[in-house]
Design a protein around this ligand. Structure first.
Ligand SMILES: Cc1cc2nc3c(=O)[nH]c(=O)nc-3n(C[C@H](O)[C@H](O)[C@H](O)COP(=O)(O)OP(=O)(O)OC[C@H]3O[C@@H](n4cnc5c(N)ncnc54)[C@H](O)[C@@H]3O)c2cc1C
Length: 464
């Protein structure tokens, strides 16, 4: 067995592993070995459906040293005036260039692609999935788990329901390589993948009457216009959130108030959503989604056959020519919160609310600039992705408190303020901008009451 000595062994070259490594090598003179079972960097984007785009501005995604895209506003189409959002091919090309030019080209990163990390007791091993050879990795400093928040996607995760051999069920990726049109598209799922699939079908000429939407839950989504790399917009969003929270009597009431403020969107105004993963959505997409009238609300699908979909509370027939489109992978994962700096390894998680790339870069920066794990864990407590309105409130509380803690460290504040991934960044040239000052004043007016009420809403309610 061969061996390799390195300072850091980073497992996972997805968005999190790349952002961590980038910030680490920028602030510490170390060698990193990056391992991924995929052949290249970029993680789940390699297997994403072909028409996927970032749901947020490109500037918020990627690594701290190198902007993804050009920070330009869209000049045409339904999102004119909003920031550009990279397509899958751009995301993959961006990571490829970063990995080989910046990382490997620097001589400070070794990439072991198409390779599986595993352990034998305390020994770290990496086995090539191509040659079958195993390397023992002697790690001088840290093992870093950059897979802890790896999403599950339809291309690599079977549907969460039984599928008979002759059932017409395909993962969403197949929509991009159809041999012939289906008569009816039955979209199963209620998150970003399902909404993307429906919008794509409609914008490619499929009439809304040919689409059935199986929606076990109703989702809340963030209005994309309020999540933009502009301090007036960012401070406005924070102020709206805290103002709504200050008056809210329950998590549902909070979301209804945020909807009234133009922050949250829902497809069906007659139903209060129970799902709050809150990807962003354009208003033009919302209009298209509302054109689907054949909505099935019979709970989760349990089983698909050639002729019917069996759900928790009933079944629907599948006519000849129907195609069931699997958009029902969970996407975001919900593993237990653990300290980011553990005794055995670093487990990269989010810290502030959302924005996984910024959080992973922050972990890399803090690893490079501090010596004591207790201090590192103090400034970077872990956060989670939300699934329901209640845990969205909890995520806001944790994230707001964490941002105050790391923001109180002058060097972190300075670093974060220069990092385009950071949605709370305030360019010094805008500091005295009257619109920025007004938005900041509005946030200051509501912040303390809003945070206190968010914390109260986050408490588990006593059983009645
Ligand atoms: C469709 C979609 C769109 C999204 N859009 C956005 C967006 O616009 N903005 C945003 O902020 N977030 C977005 N997200 C969320 C965000 O992209 C993800 O949270 C983030 O990219 C996850 O990156 P990751 O590195 O944690 O996981 P992954 O991309 O899954 O990378 C983990 C890597 O680890 C490797 N791996 C795992 N185990 C091993 C092992 N034992 N040995 C070797 N390698 C291993 C895997 O092969 C994988 O490549 C989106 C998510 C999805 C699914």
């Amino acid at each position: 067995m061969g061996s390799l000595t390195t300072d850091y062994l980073v497992v996972g070259a997805g968005a999190m592993g790349m952002a961590f490594t980038d910030a680490l090598i920028d602030h510490a003179d170390v060698h990193v070995t990056l391992v991924d079972r995929r052949h290249a960097a970029g993680g789940h984007w390699h297997d994403a459906y072909p028409f996927v785009q970032l749901h947020q501005a490109s500037l918020f995604y990627g690594v701290a040293s190198t902007e993804l895209g050009h920070g330009a506003l869209q000049q045409r189409g339904p999102e004119t005036g909003l920031q550009e959002r990279a397509r899958r091919s751009e995301v993959v090309a961006y990571y490829d260039d970063l990995l080989f030019r910046r990382f490997v080209g620097s001589g400070r990163v070794t990439f072991l692609g198409a390779s599986e990390h595993h352990t034998d007791g305390p020994t770290n091993l990496v086995t090539s999935l191509v040659s079958g050879e195993t390397l023992e990795i002697d790690v001088r400093r840290r093992v870093v788990d950059a897979t802890y928040l790896s999403p599950t996607i339809p291309a690599t995760t079977p549907p969460p329901f039984g599928v008979a051999d002759d059932a017409p069920v395909v993962p969403v990726n197949e929509l991009g390589r159809m041999a012939e049109a289906a008569d009816r598209y039955v979209i199963v799922g209620c998150g970003k993948t399902a909404t993307d699939a429906i919008v794509w079908l409609l914008t490619n000429g499929v009439q809304s009457e040919r689409i059935t939407w199986v929606r076990p839950r109703e989702p809340w989504m963030l209005n994309r216009a309020v999540v933009q790399p502009d301090p007036v917009v960012a401070l406005g969003l924070a102020a709206d959130t805290m103002a709504a929270a200050a008056e809210a009597e329950s998590p549902d009431d909070l979301f209804l108030r945020l909807e009234a403020a133009g922050v949250m969107l829902r497809v069906d105004r007659d139903v209060v959503p129970t799902m709050a993963k809150t990807p962003t959505l354009g208003k033009w997409e919302l209009d298209l989604l509302r054109s689907i009238e054949d909505v099935v609300r019979l709970g989760h699908v349990q089983h698909a056959t050639r002729t019917e979909l069996v759900l928790e509370r009933g079944s629907i027939p599948l006519g000849r020519g129907s195609l069931v489109v699997h958009c029902a992978a969970s996407g975001l994962p919900y593993p237990p919160l653990v300290p980011i700096w553990g005794p055995d390894q670093i487990r990269i998680q989010t810290i502030r609310t959302g924005f996984p790339c910024f959080c992973a870069a922050l972990v890399g920066y803090v690893e490079a600039t501090r010596d004591d794990d207790r201090e590192r864990n103090r400034v970077c407590p872990p956060n989670f992705f939300s699934n329901t309105p209640l845990d969205w409130a909890q995520m806001q509380v944790r994230g707001t408190r964490a941002a105050r803690t790391y923001g109180a460290e002058p060097d972190i504040a300075a670093w974060a303020n220069g990092c385009a991934l950071n949605p709370a960044r305030l360019d010094p040239s805008r500091r005295d901008d009257p619109a920025v000052l007004a938005a900041a004043a509005r946030l200051a007016d509501h912040a303390e009451r809003g945070l206190a009420q968010l914390a109260a809403l986050s408490e588990p309610q006593p059983a009645t």
